[in-house]
Write a protein of this length. Structure first.
Length: 368
């Protein structure tokens, strides 16, 4: 909640703003994540509010499409409210389990939503924010966009459908993004297929005016595309990952994370040697267990349909608070802020292949 205090000395007045803003204009339902001071990080109440509005508008014949955005210019959504999940686990209540179950259900619902969804991905789009937008029909980035699945940096794995949408990127780009947790900008998002269109943030007000005044002439998705084509482009020049594509494909297709690091260290091309060594150094800062489980999850996700990818992620999540590195990662980065997580195991060399495999033992895809 965001509290605003009146400037008058007395009486004390508190105005509580909703964390989800919802309104309909010109047959378009607009949903805004409204926690700008918290980079629009999503919590359980927000998940439920989004689901409620989407369910209502799905049945409303006067609503033809939905637009998702974040309040402010810093973030669409910087992920889940991990502090609340940490507190829930420590206090042994059920909020953290309910959050993931309902968040995944919301993300899956967006993938199957019966009306077109336009996601304005301005600013940070991290973790849970990616889960919201990757099911949208039209995903629009700006020059301020920074996309990532950064979970391995806090001892977790890229969930919210990451086992599906990361594995549908070209070559090994999704493996690189999931195992490293790095951020990418607009040109790479388009190149990876994680965004559809680019718009300069200064033109966003023009897009809003166009949406408010547009005439609905054909299928709603076609009408939306026609508006976007006037104000956006679908490619940007010189995406950095394009130049690294061959190296990424040849290193991140290794069978294990230690093998990936070894291939990076063995890079001899002077043009890419510094990048390869920097990437190897970065992997040594991530949770070894989280990276290893992520790699296995992505390999399995490539062969699974969307619904089963979410089922696999929920299967992992139900074990992770007790057996994974997430609680330690949140402690080090958010609670104590010492930025010195004590991963278990502490190094890639100490990884136990049997422990990694044990997370997947009891998962049976539907129909198997």
């Amino acid at each position: 909640m965001t509290a605003q205090v009146s400037s008058t000395p007395a009486p004390y007045v508190e105005v509580v703003q909703s964390e989800i803003l919802a309104h309909v204009r010109n047959h378009i339902g607009h949903l805004t994540l409204n926690r700008p001071s918290g980079l629009n990080a999503i919590n359980l109440n927000m998940v439920r509010e989004l689901q409620r509005h989407l369910d209502t508008w799905a049945k409303d014949v006067n609503v033809k499409a939905v637009v998702l955005r974040g309040a402010g210019d810093k973030a669409f959504c910087a992920g889940g409210d991990i502090r609340s999940l940490y507190d829930s686990y420590r206090h042994k209540n059920s909020l953290h389990t309910a959050f993931f179950e309902e968040e995944y259900a919301l993300d899956l619902a967006l993938n199957h939503y019966p009306k077109p969804v336009l996601a304005l991905m301005d600013g940070l789009v991290l973790g849970g924010g990616m889960g919201l937008v990757q099911g949208a029909d039209l995903r629009v980035v700006t020059e301020r966009s920074k996309l990532a699945m950064p979970e391995v940096g806090i001892g977790y794995f890229p969930d919210v459908g990451g086992s599906y949408f990361l594995t549908r990127t070209p070559g090994q780009l999704g493996t690189y993004l999931g195992v490293s947790g790095v951020q990418i900008r607009a040109s790479d998002a388009l190149y990876c297929g994680l965004a559809d269109r680019y718009i300069d943030s200064s033109v966003l007000p023009d897009l809003d005016r166009a949406l408010d005044s547009m005439k609905w002439r054909s299928a709603p998705l076609d009408d939306l595309k026609a508006q976007l084509e006037r104000l956006t482009v679908d490619t940007l020049p010189d995406p950095p990952l394009k130049k690294l594509r061959t190296l990424i494909d040849n290193t991140f297709n290794a069978q294990t994370v230690p093998d990936i690091v070894a291939r990076l260290r063995a890079t001899s091309d002077p043009a890419h040697q510094a990048w390869a060594n920097d990437t190897a150094d970065l992997l040594h800062t991530r949770s070894p267990l989280a990276m290893a489980v992520t790699l296995e999850m992505l390999r399995r996700g490539l062969a699974l349909p969307l619904e089963q990818c979410f089922a696999l992620e929920l299967h992992l999540d139900r074990q992770w608070f007790d057996r994974g590195d997430l609680i330690e990662g949140i402690r080090a980065l958010i609670i104590d802020k010492d930025k010195t997580p004590h991963w278990n195991p502490p190094t890639l060399d100490a990884l136990d292949a049997d422990k990694v495999a044990s997370f997947f033992i009891n998962f049976k895809p539907a129909g198997v």
